[in-house]
Design a protein around this ligand. Sequence first.
Ligand SMILES: Nc1ncnc2c1ncn2[C@@H]1O[C@H](COP(=O)(O)OP(=O)(O)OP(=O)(O)O)[C@@H](O)[C@H]1O
Length: 782
Amino acid sequence: MKQAHLSTPTSPPSVFSGFNFPHSKELLKVFRKTFGLHEFRKNQLEAINATLQGEDCFVLMPTGGGKSLTYQLPGVLTGGVTVVVSPLKSLIQDQVQKLVSLEIPAVHLSGDIDPGMAESVYRQLSYRDPVIKLLYVTPEKISASPKLISIMEHLYMRGMLARFVIDEAHCVSQWGHDFRPDYKRLCRLREKFPGVPFIALTATATPRVRKDILHQLGMKNPQTFTSSFDRSNLQFEVREKKPSKLVGEIAELICKHYRNKSGIVYCLSRKECETTAKELQSKGINASAYHAGQSDRERVMIQRMWITDEYQVVCATIAFGMGIDKANVRFVFHFSIPKSMEGFYQEAGRAGRDGDPARCIVFYSYKDVTRLRRMIEQEPGNYEAMKVHRDNLYRLVQFCENRADCRRLQLLQYFGEMWTPNCRRNTQTVCSNCSSNVSFTSVNFTDEAKEMIAFIKQVTGGPSANRGRKGARWGQQFTLNYFIDVFMGSTLAKVTQNGHNSSPVFGLMKKKKFQRGDCERLLRKMVIDGILQENLHIGVHDQAISYATTGPKAPDVLSGRKQVDLRVTEGRAARASLSAPQKRENEVHQALLNELRATCRNMANSMGINPVAIFSDDTLREMAANPPYAMEELLEITGVTELKAKRFGQSFLEVVYKFLPQLIPGRRRKHQSVSTNGQEGGGKRKRQTSANNKRTTKRAKTQQGGKKAKAPKRNGTNSRASPAQPAPNAWMSKASNNDGGMSKFQFRKSGAGGLGGGLGLMPDPKLKRARSFLSGPGQFMG
Ligand SMILES: Nc1ncnc2c1ncn2[C@@H]1O[C@H](COP(=O)(O)OP(=O)(O)OP(=O)(O)O)[C@@H](O)[C@H]1O
């Protein structure tokens, strides 16, 4: 694989870098002579040095990044046997073959090894100084074979158990996409063989899964080596799926751009694999199906023929491809959506391992979500596991639906990387969102959402009414599509028969000049956000039907604690009668967010640290959506600790101050509280505007149509004043003081009459809590 060009922040040199270790000379010799390699990739040398020093290691590298070397090379160098736990027989066989081809003594004990061979392996392992350097096993083998455990005990007693390698370590976490119960039992190895170092490796893990992996494996203080997950040579695209035309579309893509080029088409079911392969064949493409319904032999043969390019395309279920080291895969298409972001990234990552451009397209249809949900709910397992899978699926849906943010950025953010890739730099790999010339803007649909929720609740009886497969219900059952019909003013018979054409919400979205697609996206977003929910039922013909009802977050919307925004194309936004001030406000908040991000990036670059070590993007979004005007308000923002506020806060407040003239429009802002008597404010803390800025006062007056704003007091206090409101000119002087400014900001009281008749801007802590990554400005797009 060619080295990807990464614009990630550079990590500081590790204590494990370099060649000044006792083992370094021998290491270089084996690296060059045995493995035939010349240059280490990022983090390889560091991880190898660390494990050779007896450290536990956690290695996170993207697919094809070169993880195997980080344990194979130490395996060769160290005395004793390195035990590698790997999830798939095919993967194990492939690795063992490769090692043997390099004349490295490697063996496996996977399920289908013949008994004579297994005996021979056991015998060799019982020698005082075994020749075997790497022993590959499945986690199931470790769980089920007392003989293997006993062999390992003997190795351990003789000091010949060099290390344990946990490959595809995300399988240990049930928050991951590929949970394997036997992986979870691997922590027993730690108890049984104390002092034997572990290496856990994975190509896909969110911060949450990473934490869980270490917890599950009992790795308390590992050396962690993380490479960027960016695969800059991959082009990401999500296309609308038109089922009846899809195979034709795929065939055309292959014939036009990938004639005789290798690729994978991932399908959801065996049947889909078969029919897709057949149809591609009928269009002259050399394709084969690959799925669990075929015999092991058949699958091995298909895999081999694809690796050697005898088959151009494999139409496969997800079981295909893990660990296959085929460099020249030019495309990975998802005929139906994958089950999770991790699954998607792992599958897509099988393209372009040689570093040349490759294309990854997901064909997305919301109908597939119902199919997948049904599959998830039919899988054996407890409710928790099912819920995790369902959440993973909805996260992927959210990715597919977001047509505004860079796809690469979305993926990297999902994996916890906080930097902005320059996706547009390369026209061959620019993602479908960055190459689109449609511009988006955010529209607040909270009022409409409230009406919809009230209607759905009224007709369905709320969430408790539709629970259970055949549960008792007081309300009626309707699908999300039915509600879309109602809100779009459809005159379908079922709508009129139910009398919903006379409801006030009938045609609500049509009146807003919305297209059906936009209305669909809004309702799906409400499902993703938990404002609505879909309950899966099995119909009379064994068909899965999802009935919609209100979700757990609906009360937050009704009470005004949660806002419902949808990104729509600007033209549509205008048609949706977004008021001019509303639009201006959105733009200001977006511009503020951009500048906050730039500040964070620049600071991080100058300090040589990751921007996330300063503030996460979620924190910056919250800051932009609800700008802090003082240090104490900054401290209210999720992710801002006192230490961070002290170290970095001033720079961020200065950015906010720069936007003050636009942020003080003298009218009620989004997150303001309104007391029952119509007076605003009334909360413990109010974000209030500075009073002694004449420019803004004047502006506020104008915006109120000439209504006189309450005269600001210069240094007085006011019952509705925030205790921390520096005047802009005072802020500027604070900024130059360079003392962190914290104490002064906290205790200085400026004039507090506020603008626009003393409008207090109070952050609503509940709203902040409810604000997910979806609801910040610029997040969710339709
Ligand atoms: N330092 C290096 N120089 C050149 N090639 C390398 C280097 N390290 C690894 N490779 C090659 O890169 C390819 C991918 O490596 P490897 O199979 O270890 O990736 P991986 O991270 O385990 O991927 P996956 O997640 O798909 O299993 C292999 O062909 C390997 O030989």
